[in-house]
Design a protein around this ligand. Structure first.
Ligand code: 5GP
Length: 114
């Protein structure tokens, strides 16, 4: 069996993380190396390596993750705005092969991103 990713181990409570939100389909926890005052990783409990591995069966899950992020942003007091980022694959800088959104807030962001 393939080795679990660090995020799957967090989902399974084998590794500690500062969890800010959980429901039946996803978990959100603070990034260990935050890039903004609020930096939360939102991960599906289902193991999906990258955006490219999503299938039609995951359509509902995708919508669920976005709605969860609006709840998390409200909970974190990000009323002035926030950024949602997903890195897909090596060139985009994806390090952990368990699909995740970065929800970043608490400061202003530049555009275009680096
Ligand atoms: P990626 O580059 O794959 O899009 O983002 C992975 C993110 O996971 C990085 O921002 C990194 O700081 C974060 N990260 C890596 N390992 C851990 C960990 O063990 N715990 C937490 N909370 N975040 C982690």
């Amino acid at each position: 069996m393939a080795e679990k990713t660090i995020f799957k181990r967090i989902v399974d409570r084998e590794i500690a993380a500062e969890i800010v939100y959980e429901d039946e389909l996803c978990l959100a926890f603070r990034d260990i190396h935050p890039q903004s005052p609020a930096h939360v990783l939102v991960v599906p409990k289902k193991e999906i390596a990258t955006l490219n591995e999503m299938t039609a069966d995951d359509e509902t899950l995708v919508g669920h993750l976005f709605l969860a992020m609006t709840e998390i942003a409200a909970q974190l007091g990000l009323g002035k705005g926030y950024r949602v980022v997903m890195n897909c694959g090596r060139d985009a800088g994806q390090e952990v092969m368990h699909l995740h959104f970065h929800l970043l807030g608490g400061r202003e962001f530049a555009w275009p991103p680096g």
